[in-house]
Design a protein. Structure first.
Length: 149
């Protein structure tokens, strides 16, 4: 079984009530349920974390090295600030896909920079909750041989 760790960063526990015009009206629980359904179709095993704490996310990524085959991460605002999360992803050498509900490039300039992109296979943003589903599908298609350099 291919094991994927889905990480939701700060404030994503507020989905559904938080700026629905930007992030949509689905709750995090609904998004996770949708992901779970697709994962079963793709025969992928998922584990989930939502944390508002940078250190907890770093520790969880380190621990994922023991069991996960890949990461899907929406680091929320830490995307734009956290060298520590980027270092953790690079350190564990797990293939990772960076996800955002909103199109961060169509928003404020401070959201245009991602510390994570450099250490991820790729980034999917702008498709609302669909960004997560696209990331999971991308991992379903992922083949290490296509990505090795
Ligand atoms: C976000 C975009 C970030 O800029 C923001 O801080 C978030 C959510 C998104 O999913 O669109 O918390 O990662």
């Amino acid at each position: 079984m291919f094991n994927v760790f889905v990480i939701h960063g700060p404030n994503l526990n507020l989905l559904g009530v938080r700026e629905p015009e930007i992030y949509g009206s689905m709750t995090l629980e609904e998004i996770n349920r949708m992901l779970q359904e697709l994962a079963e179709e793709l025969e992928i095993e998922l584990r989930f974390l939502q944390s508002n704490s940078e250190g907890d996310i770093v520790t969880a990524i380190q621990e994922a090295a023991e069991w996960a085959d890949a990461l899907i991460i929406n680091a929320g605002a830490y995307t734009h600030t956290s060298l520590a999360i980027a270092d953790a992803i690079q350190g564990v050498r797990l293939p990772a896909i960076e996800v955002h509900l909103s199109n961060i490039y169509a928003r404020e300039a401070f959201r245009h920079q991602s510390f994570l992109s450099r250490v991820c296979l790729g980034q999917i943003c702008g498709f609302g909750a669909g960004s997560y589903l696209l990331a999971l599908r991308a991992l379903g298609e992922y083949s290490p041989t296509l990505f090795s350099d």
